[in-house]
Design a protein around this ligand. Structure first.
Ligand code: ATP
Ligand code: MG
Length: 477
């Protein structure tokens, strides 16, 4: 997985900018009408014209107008047939139909086929202007929504989640297999390891991506409210329930619900959740009829739910239902090889987001960061990188800029190996090899597997490095 493709919206394809006049395609076979429309509308709109339905479809496909004004009566392909073609080829372009009084019935048909609205001849000029203006604005908004949605989708591509460590690569493989399915996924891992990020990626790489994902933090909602929050309630079901309220499961129909900290759910709610997982239905608080929903459930927990199911704090049957596919995100200290890439990823992302200069990190700084324990995992690293960028000291980030806790971090390996050798658990040769392998691998990671630069960093030549790599079984990427 790579670190490219930050989620900035591609401005070049944004279409209508607010400053320029909306572009409207006028389709009418009568030259007189075209001419009068030109005079009426030219101050407000940027106009193009077509005489036939066939021309209209061709011009619209090429020019992508913000709205189309389409006469229903046309020679050859009539207005209705033209509308159908336009809806098919440019579904987000609003089409305003023009009818003579006698064709109003046809106009109703047109609305059913997806026309934006219709106007009657002879024109009411104000009405026509307002209608076309609204139609054009709708289409600009629709385009904006489409683009933002695409940008969100890009942000949550697996390719934007950093992870070269073998455990992460395994996770990505599992995720791309299950993302398109409705399968329930349970994500576990310490705080800040990326559970929510993975949940969003699952959602945005699924056919449900057209709707937003609903995220619920089960620990943040008071016990007395969570049931009604998730499943809704009927009017009068408890004091204060003065109207029916739909729950998140009903609102998320057709989409994905992310149940964060699912281990904190109250036992009575656990039972209801089990029912949704087994039958796809639930009963609103105070209700009697079951409500069916099509919701995909992704759950996360930083607690060990298996243990919870053994000691009775979490229903075992629910645990098995949630655990159909499970993904365990390793803590950052167990995938240190991803650190240099994550630093680069966040430096680039934060610089782009904040509109500030990206900063490189000096090798000494990276060394210290590699030794730190990262109790807050990726989130802690992300915040640190942002802080270092915002402080904007010129040049590469130096070790003195790190918080003191990170500067005094003890070396991770070495100590234990030393004890192992002295206790006779490991030979000196193996310990030395392990140490050398560790250092060479880290140097290679840090320098993007450029062997010449890694050799330089390690004070040797590329040939010797290559020889040691073969000997120690280090594979080139
Ligand atoms: N592998 C990764 N690549 C890029 N960014 C990551 C990665 N893992 C985590 N992040 C980022 O780190 C931050 C924390 O991740 P996230 O909120 O998903 O963690 P979490 O496991 O849900 O934490 P918590 O248990 O505290 O809720 C987010 O901004 C996320 O985008
Ligand atoms: Mg989270």
């Amino acid at each position: 997985m790579s670190t490219q493709g930050l989620e900035s919206v591609d401005e070049s394809s944004t279409g209508a900018t607010p400053q320029c006049r909306p572009r409207v395609l006028v389709v009418d076979d009568e030259p007189g009408i075209r001419e009068s429309l030109r005079i009426i509308l030219r101050d407000e709109f940027d106009l193009s014209f077509a005489e036939t339905g066939e021309d209209a479809v061709r011009i619209a496909a090429a020019d992508r107008p913000d709205a189309v004004l389409l006469d229903i009566v046309l020679p050859g392909m009539d207005g209705i047939a033209t509308l159908e073609r336009l809806r098919l080829e440019l579904p987000s372009t609003p089409v305003v139909m023009v009818t003579a009084t006698r064709t109003v019935k046809t106009a109703v048909t047109a609305i059913k086929l997806g026309a934006y609205d219709y106007v009657q001849k002879p024109f009411d000029l104000d009405e026509l202007r307002i209608l076309l203006g609204n139609a054009a604005r709708t289409s600009a908004l629709q385009r904006e929504v489409d683009e933002l949605r695409a940008a969100v989708g890009r942000r949550y591509q697996f390719g934007n989640i950093v992870g070269h460590a073998p455990a992460m690569q395994d996770i990505f493989r599992t995720l791309s297999l299950v993302a398109p399915l409705r399968t329930t996924v349970l994500i576990t891992g310490e705080s800040g390891t990326g559970k929510e990020l993975i949940a969003r990626a699952l959602h945005y790489q699924s056919p449900r991506a057209g709707r937003p994902m609903t995220a619920i933090n089960c620990a943040a909602i008071p016990e007395s409210l969570i049931e009604s929050e998730l499943f809704g309630h009927e009017r009068g079901s408890f004091t204060g329930a003065d109207a029916r309220k739909l729950g998140q499961f009903e609102l998320a129909n057709g989409s994905t619900i992310f149940l964060d900290e699912v281990g904190e759910l109250h036992p009575s709610v656990q039972a209801k959740l089990l029912r949704v997982l087994e039958l796809g239905e639930f009963i609103r608080v105070g209700g009697t009829r079951p409500v069916s929903v099509d919701v995909r459930i992704v759950a996360a927990s930083n607690r060990n739910l298996e243990e919870g199911s053994r000691d009775g704090t979490f229903r075992a049957d629910l645990y098995y239902r949630l655990n159909v596919v499970s993904v365990h995100l390793p803590p950052l200290r167990e995938r240190r090889e991803d650190l240099p890439l994550l630093i680069k990823h966040f430096a680039r992302q934060k610089a782009a987001e904040l509109g500030i200069e990206e900063r490189a990190f000096s090798p000494e700084t990276i060394d210290l960061l590699l030794r730190y324990r990262w109790p807050g995992n990726v989130r802690e690293l992300e915040n640190l990188v942002e802080r270092l960028l915002v402080l904007a000291v010129p040049g590469a980030v130096r070790s003195e800029e790190l918080p003191s806790g990170m500067r005094q971090a003890p070396p991770p390996a070495g100590r234990d190996a030393r004890a192992e050798v002295l206790l006779g658990q490991k030979t000196l040769a193996t310990a030395v090899d392990d140490f050398e392998r560790d250092i060479i691998e880290e140097a290679l990671e840090q320098l993007d597997f450029n062997q010449t630069r890694a050799a330089e960093r390690l004070g040797t030549t590329r040939r010797v490095l290559k020889y040691r790599m073969d000997k120690l079984g280090i594979r080139d990427r």
